[in-house]
Design a protein around this ligand. Structure first.
Ligand SMILES: [Zn+2]
Length: 312
């Protein structure tokens, strides 16, 4: 501002008194225009700052990974579940609840128990919060998974361990962010199209890797790969018993079933870590592989799982 006034400051020694008056008037008008422009600049930069701070909360890190592919840095993405948290025994921290209160939207993944409790709480504190289910339209698998309450007939919640489901999830995300920020619809659509192409390539690559393994089985402690198995014609054999450790009297039966499946790999996941898994893995002589399908590196995790099945 100081510079602007110094440059346009009136110079009385130039011209007659009359023209000096006119010039002063003109300069005042110019100053007013510049001031208005400057004020507009400040307002718009403030608006940008506010827009940059808009936050979307998601439930799990693979959602954060997918959403960032679409929105870039136009939203801050806060995630409820961090590395190593077990989604089936999760209590959100104060920070997470605060984040959701300051979010414009909450993107749930659909069938994880803690989401229902959060939605109620968050809505009470932030009635404007928009809630989107990223798994809308995905056909769920039933009967593969025990809920923490021991129910077996509910939808398997691990929908995100499938590249094909990720296409639906990210399309749902796209629709939601366009609703939240229509001004940037073009950018979001272009980003989505790039990501969709990436997913199609990934799906084709995994399909090719696993083509020779059609119909074969793999072992997993917790059944988190039902959708992955379905996509590529594989059989998932889960070792845990009704979502828990295997009781001694069921152990032999369980090991026999695993052996019969002729699987050669056993996937274990840090969130559902069990020493039993290691004992059984050793007894069966299968290759044990630690996976992290709840992590941010979603694409490389799925590739790692496919490679492990293809190469063992
Ligand atoms: Zn589970």
């Amino acid at each position: 501002m100081v510079i602007i006034f110094a440059v346009i400051a009136p110079k009385p020694h130039v011209g007659t008194h009359q023209s000096y008056k006119t010039m002063r008037k003109n300069l005042l008008i110019i100053s007013a225009i510049l001031l208005a422009a400057f004020a507009a600049m400040i307002v718009s930069s403030c608006n940008n700052a506010i827009q940059q701070k808009r936050m979307i909360t998601v439930s799990i890190l693979p959602q954060k990974f997918m959403l960032e592919k679409i929105v870039g840095d136009k939203f801050v993405i806060s995630c409820m579940l961090n590395e190593g948290n077990n989604p089936e025994a999760y209590e959100p921290s104060m920070t997470h609840l605060m984040n959701i209160e300051h979010s414009v939207a909450y993107f749930c993944i659909g069938y994880i128990g803690f989401e229902y409790a959060i939605i109620d709480k968050a809505h009470a504190n932030n009635p404007d919060l928009k809630i989107y289910n990223n798994s809308d339209g995905i056909e769920t698998i039933q009967g593969t998974h025990f809920s923490p309450e021991g129910k077996h007939d509910e939808a398997d919640p691990h929908l995100w361990t499938s590249v094909r489901n990720a296409m639906t999830i990210s399309k749902n995300m796209l629709d939601a962010v366009i609703e939240l920020d229509p001004d940037n619809a073009k950018t979001y659509t272009a980003n989505f199209n790039n990501f969709k192409a990436e997913l199609e390539t990934l799906d084709a690559e995994i399909k090719a890797k696993l083509a020779a393994k059609q119909g074969s089985a793999f072992l997993v402690w917790h059944p988190s790969l039902s959708y992955f198995a379905q996509d590529y014609g594989l059989k998932q054999v889960s070792l845990e018993y009704e979502g828990k450790e295997i009781p001694i009297d069921k152990l032999k039966q369980n090991i026999d079933a695993a052996r019969e499946s002729k699987a050669t790999v056993l996937f274990v996941q840090q969130e559902f870590d069990s020493r039993q898994a290691e004992t059984i893995g050793n007894e069966l002589g299968v290759k044990m592989i630690k996976i992290n399908p709840m992590g941010y590196e979603w694409e490389s995790e799925l590739t790692k799982i496919a490679d492990a099945i293809a190469n063992n």
